[in-house]
Design a protein around this ligand. Structure first.
Ligand code: CO
Length: 141
C-alpha cells in the first residue's frame, strides 16, 4: 500500500478570501499556510483538519486549469491529495502499469512538497494528486 494518509481535499473556489472567511465562519477554521503557485496559475490556502488539510485553490490567471474547471463545473471538489512516502517510485510503478498520469515526472508542489497528478480516467473519475511531504514535515496543528 503506497498511500499513507489523505493529505488534503482540494476545493476550487472563485475568491480565496471569501472561501477562507466562509470556512472560518462555518467551522472556526484557521488558515495555516497560504501560497501562490505561479507555475500552476493558482493561489491556495491550507486549513488543518487533524493530520490532513482542506486546500482552497483559486485561479490567478485566465488560462489556469482551475479557471477552466470553474468555468465548466463551478466551485466544488477539485482533487484529492494522497500522501505517499516516495512519489517518484509510486509514479514510476503506476506508469509502468499503464496508468494515465498528467505528470510524467514528480514536480514541486506547495509547502515544499513534491507532487504528481494522475488522470481522472485512471482514478475512478477523481483527479488524484500524489503528495510527498518535505523532509521532517509534521502536520501543523
Ligand atoms: Co492539491
Amino acid at each position: 500500500m503506497d498511500l499513507t494518509r489523505i493529505d488534503h481535499v482540494g476545493l476550487a473556489v472563485e475568491d480565496l478570501d471569501a472561501a477562507v472567511a466562509h470556512h472560518e465562519e462555518l467551522y472556526g477554521a484557521r488558515v495555516v499556510h497560504r501560497e501562490e503557485i505561479a507555475s500552476d496559475g493558482v493561489e491556495e490556502a491550507l486549513i488543518t483538519v487533524g493530520d490532513s488539510y482542506i486546500q482552497l485553490v483559486a485561479p490567478t490567471t485566465a488560462d489556469s486549469p482551475v479557471r477552466k474547471f470553474l468555468d465548466r463545473k463551478g466551485e466544488g471538489l477539485h482533487h484529492v491529495g494522497y500522501r505517499v512516502d516516495d512519489v517518484a517510485a509510486t509514479l514510476a510503478r503506476l506508469r509502468s502499469d499503464g496508468v494515465a498520469t498528467i505528470d510524467a515526472a514528480p514536480r514541486p508542489g506547495s509547502r515544499g512538497t513534491t507532487v504528481a497528478f494522475l488522470h481522472p480516467r485512471s482514478a475512478m473519475g477523481v483527479l488524484v494528486e500524489l503528495v510527498q511531504a518535505p523532509p521532517g514535515d509534521e502536520p501543523a496543528h
